[in-house]
Design a protein around this ligand. Sequence first.
Ligand SMILES: Nc1ncnc2c1ncn2[C@@H]1O[C@H](COP(=O)(O)OP(=O)(O)O)[C@@H](O)[C@H]1O
Ligand SMILES: [Mg+2]
Length: 274
Amino acid sequence: MLYVCATRAASAVFPFGERVSMARRKKIYEGKAKILYEGPEPGTLVQYFKDDATAYNAEKRDVIEGKGVLNNRLSEFFMTGLNGIGVPTHFLRRLNMREQLVRACEIIPLEVVVRNIAAGSMSKRLGIEEGTPLPRPIVEYYFKDDKLGDPMVTEEHIAAFGWASQQDMDDMVALALRVNDYMSGLMYGVGIRLVDFKIEVGRIYDGDYQRLIVADEISPDSCRLWDIETGQKLDKDVFRQDLGNLTDAYTEVARRLGVMPKQATHLGKPKLIN
Ligand SMILES: Nc1ncnc2c1ncn2[C@@H]1O[C@H](COP(=O)(O)OP(=O)(O)O)[C@@H](O)[C@H]1O
Ligand SMILES: [Mg+2]
């Protein structure tokens, strides 16, 4: 399956129908949840979604069958919607079950987190009970470095160490808050509370002009999603806290949003056509 998809994706680079093997597609980076390959056109990358799940800085890990397929579809869905309302993202198009074509960008080495309700590390660090609504969305930055455990940083660190300019930070906050409004509304419409999420932001160049876009992924791996009625967790905390089947939780999110086609249970017995 993978071989077929990879061949099809790569054949765009070689329009004369040469046989292209998987080995000829250049792997750029393999991370915890995704693999980046060189894309078919300059300035593009193919983002492959793996089934690997990690938590607590990869201390806990497992392979969750189907997670990559769900995240590929969900990230496509969210980013298409964001592109549609004028929030720029790296997403170009989905290629197959596990891969999407994205714009290559220079990733700013920060995770930008927006919180609407206290949970996770904020609850622990500040002693705020999980589930407490925050008076306003709070934006936080974490330095993307697995060896250091992605430490929280302030704008002072970011400016002093040159990870981003003050203008970049203002743009990142504006992007993150627009993503928050869009995602909160979308989720509210299907009975889910957007508790918090993280995005990664990348820089792209159009000639002399540069701008920031939402990159990486937006999926239940990078959001906290709670059912409004029951409080049930429908995100990666299901894996972090051993609360049940992660694929079932992500499938529920996709089902509510109408993203995944329903299981083909309606097929039944073949019928004679007169
Ligand atoms: N459009 C893009 N251009 C370049 N790099 C990207 C883009 N989108 C995501 N990335 C990077 O690709 C990697 C995705 O793989 P992932 O498994 O999430 O890695 P990690 O283990 O570093 O979180 C991340 O390091 C992310 O910053
Ligand atoms: Mg990642």
